[in-house]
Design a binder for this molecule. Structure first.
Ligand SMILES: [Zn+2]
Length: 86
């Protein structure tokens, strides 16, 4: 399945879900639900931007450089040995 066809399916599925929503709860409630969903997603993104989830801090054993939690080896000295700070 190519990418364009997948997007088309997602759009159609969204339209069908939207129509079903409007039919079952009514036009105003449907609009309110969609608005609340969008507001929730925006609020969550805004919250995540301001408060990124704290990952474990990683430090190189050889040179002491602070590394990202997903780093496989040190970007300063190339050592593959690292330890958690806390
Ligand atoms: Zn290092």
């Amino acid at each position: 399945m190519d990418n364009g066809r997948r997007w088309w399916l997602i759009v159609v599925a969204g339209l069908v879900a939207g129509l079903y929503l409007f039919q079952s709860v009514g036009y105003e409630a449907g609009i309110a639900l969609i608005a609340a969903t969008i507001a929730g997603v925006v609020a969550l993104k805004w919250y995540r931007k301001r408060n990124p989830p704290p990952g474990p801090s990683v430090r190189c054993v050889r040179c002491g450089t602070t590394l990202s939690a997903t780093a496989r080896n040190c970007n300063q000295c190339g050592s593959a040995s690292w330890t958690y700070i806390n």
